[in-house]
Design a binder for this molecule. Structure first.
Ligand code: DGI
Ligand code: FE
Ligand code: FE
Ligand code: FE
Length: 187
């Protein structure tokens, strides 16, 4: 599937604002893929479709998690987390993009995980630092991403955990596991 075809399909599934976010993720992810030597074709598709399921009804995402035997503890946490695994599944099922690297990059783009692959790291960070993002600390992560992806992931997950704690929001274990993994890797 080429870029324009992919973007045309995506456009039907997202409101304008989220579509523009996706174009930012695409541009950022391709820059990172060139810097760090990741497959550009796979990075392109993973970036374009990372939020494919973002606007699906909760009921549909819940059913996918159950039916696909994805971790059911996801259902005890905020539904914001569900679009990542549901999206990975739907991109394979509805669009026929059957590639493990792309699947995992979409699946883990919200929480990360210990031992992320290069493409998973790139999508996770591109989602966080794309040019449309404006929150405290984003520029620091942008600078880190140019030098060391692992340092950028550590800082992004630290910021996300601090942000969620400030809101009194529950934190999904994978989010902590990502933080711990990239922190302890450095020591
Ligand atoms: O889909 P995007 O908005 O582009 O970005 P995303 O997929 O990274 O989702 C970000 C949202 O997910 C943000 O509102 C914070 C939330 N989030 C990330 N990790 C966790 C989380 N929410 C909960 N409750 N727990 C988490 O561990
Ligand atoms: Fe997302
Ligand atoms: Fe994210
Ligand atoms: Fe996103």
């Amino acid at each position: 599937m080429d870029r324009n075809e992919a973007l045309q399909i995506l456009k039907k599934h997202l409101p304008e604002k989220r579509y523009i976010h996706t174009l930012g993720v695409l541009e950022t992810a391709l820059d990172l893929a060139r810097v760090y030597g990741c497959d550009e074709k796979k990075t392109e598709l993973a970036a374009i479709f990372h939020d494919y399921a973002k606007y699906r009804p909760e009921e549909e995402m819940r059913n996918i998690i159950i039916q696909e035997h994805f971790p059911e503890d996801l259902l005890h946490y905020h539904s914001e987390l569900w679009h990542a695994p549901a999206g990975a599944y739907l991109v394979k099922k509805e669009l026929g993009i059957d590639d493990k690297d792309i699947f995992q990059a979409i699946y883990y783009h919200t929480t990360g995980r210990p031992g992320m692959t290069l493409i998973e790291k790139i999508i996770f960070i591109a989602d966080y630092i794309e040019p449309g993002r404006q929150f405290p600390g984003v520029d620091e992560v942008r600078a880190l991403a140019k030098k060391n992806l692992d340092d950028a992931i550590l800082q992004a997950s630290r910021n996300t955990i601090a942000f969620l704690m400030k809101k009194n929001a529950p934190i999904y274990p994978d989010t902590f596991h990502t933080y711990n993994h990239f922190l302890m890797k450095k020591e």
